[in-house]
Write a protein that binds this ligand. Structure first.
Ligand code: NAI
Length: 480
């Protein structure tokens, strides 16, 4: 139960609204609800102290309450400054049985529109438990909680934190500031926290990328499950989720008619595929940019024009980055765009669009239209519209992916937490994906709700294919 003062959200009086939307979402999240029923008696997460850093939305609220239903203690922050839904955060703090005057839920440190300093303070708060201990599990999205623990432990070992002035970005300077203060307060804090962590389960492509880099560098401190690469995560959330939430974000931000416009999607991975389909569904002429010949060829065969940004920067109307790369749209590109071109990013970090470079130009003026929508007017009179300051627009300008698709992602998260927490000895430090039978289980949990009826293999057919009747049905290298 949340201790007095051990939370920070925008407004607890929003909890009633949040609770109603959580109840609606539960029906749309059959995977999570099935896991609650399956594990109600066994309580596999009893003793787990989970620190979560993942967009604090209504769907995440259902995830948090699932972890609690399985026995876990939880503390939560958002993994983006704009993605929190304040009514969801309030409802989680108040809890199903509490009131705004007497909250009895879970400590949450998250509100929509944090500054970077507030964001990293929130991340720190959820990693420091009030009893002086740390978490024993992390549930991460993008790897920021994992990063803070690793950087903290690294600098404690070195005995010094680099000066924030030496940082190569505003955000890294903030992180160094947090760790500098921390080192002064307690020079073993992050070493102890990291030693207590059994593992992390990571939600997204970019966070997983960071984990493999740490593994390769030999600096990874605890085992990790790569949830993103469960088929029922990346081939569903990244694709169908973005197919839904990309245009939701563009519409809520601008209400510009998408039909007939030329829309550029940078990156044709899982996210880019969903984005391109979403824009085409609205009647846009979609152009894809890619660096990978395989994905470029896929885009071409799916019927999209494949071009370089240089080819289309002056003529297209909408630009969306979905690469996980940096400097994909530079400030020079933005200066050359058409009047009122729309620019947004749906990849995890805000460096896909060179916002820092744009802000530094002396021939451009920023005019705020409304929260998370800015007009940037150039000296020659033309302007562009930038959504969510270049941060993921589907969560900044809209409410992220809908419940049903997140039920798939979060069922994988829940199963991954149970795996790492209960079978710690089977996972030496390294990065793992869930076994295929669990991936298939997640899909199975979602078929009934869509009225989908699965064909069963006969014994003879199964032996002809060389697979068990009950699965798994595909080899690990099958790509779906
Ligand atoms: P992915 O690796 O499947 O796709 C990225 C694609 O971008 C690749 O095909 C790559 O070749 C291409 N690419 C890389 N650099 C490029 C460049 N400079 N120009 C053009 N293309 C380039 O990754 P995925 O799963 O599609 O994720 C993309 C990003 O979206 C990641 O940062 C991920 O964390 C994030 N994400 C965001 C979600 C959201 O709700 N906003 C949901 C899921 C993932």
């Amino acid at each position: 139960t949340v201790a007095e003062g051990d939370y920070k959200v925008a407004d607890l009086s929003l909890a009633g609204f949040g609770r109603k939307e959580i109840q609606l979402a539960e029906h749309e999240m059959p995977g999570l609800m099935a896991l609650r029923r399956e594990y109600a008696a066994a309580q596999p997460l009893a003793g787990a102290r989970v620190t979560g850093s993942l967009h604090m939305t209504i769907q995440t609220a259902v995830l948090i309450e699932t972890l609690v239903a399985l026995g876990a203690q939880v503390r939560w922050a958002s993994c983006n400054i704009f993605s929190t839904q304040d009514h969801a955060a309030a409802a989680i703090v108040v809890g199903p049985d509490g009131t705004p005057d007497a909250p009895s839920g879970v400590p949450v440190y998250a509100w929509k529109g944090e500054t970077l300093a507030e964001y990293w303070w929130c991340t720190e708060q959820v990693l420091l438990w009030p009893d002086g201990q740390g978490p024993n599990m992390i549930l991460d999205d993008g790897g920021d909680a994992t990063l803070l623990v690793h950087k903290g432990a690294e600098f404690e070992k070195a005995g010094v934190v680099p000066a924030p002035e030496t940082a190569d970005s505003e955000e890294y300077a903030v992180i160094l500031g947090v760790l500098q203060r921390s080192l002064e307060e307690d020079n073993r804090r992050w070493t102890r926290v990291s030693a207590g962590i059994k593992g992390v389960t990571e939600e997204t492509t970019t966070g997983v990328h960071r984990l493999y880099e740490m593994q390769a560098a030999g600096s990874l401190l605890f085992p990790a499950i790569n949830v993103n690469d469960s088929v029922t995560k990346s081939k569903f959330d990244n694709k169908y989720g973005c197919r839904h939430s990309l245009i939701d974000g563009i519409n809520r931000a601008t209400d510009v008619l998408i039909g007939g416009k030329a829309a550029v999607v940078c990156g044709y991975g899982d996210v880019g595929k969903g984005c391109a389909e979403s824009l085409r569904g609205q009647g846009a002429r979609v152009i894809v940019t890619e660096i990978d010949p395989i994905c470029a060829l896929q885009a071409a065969m799916d019927g999209y024009q494949v071009a370089t940004l240089e080819d289309v920067v002056e003529t297209a109307d909408i630009f969306i980055t979905a690469t996980g790369c940096f400097d994909v749209i530079t400030n020079e590109h933005m200066a050359r765009m058409k009047h009122q071109a729309i620019v947004g990013n749906i990849g995890h970090f805000d460096n896909e669009i060179d916002m820092a470079g744009l802000a530094k130009r002396d021939d451009v003026e920023r005019i705020n239209i409304k929260p998370q929508v800015d007009e940037w007017r150039f000296a020659d009179g033309h302007s562009i519209l930038v959504l969510s300051e270049g941060r993921l627009l589907n969560l900044g300008n809209a409410t992220g992916h809908p419940s049903f698709v997140m039920s798939n992602s979060f069922s994988n998260q829940t199963i991954a937490q149970i795996e790492l927490f209960t079978k710690t000895d089977q996972y030496p430090v390294g990065v793992y994906t869930l076994p295929k039978h669990l991936d298939e289980k997640v899909a199975r949990l979602h078929l009934d709700a869509l009225g989908a009826r699965l064909t069963e293999l006969s014994k003879e057919q199964a032996s002809y294919l060389g697979v068990p009747v009950d699965g798994p049905y595909k080899s690990d290298h099958y790509r779906y």
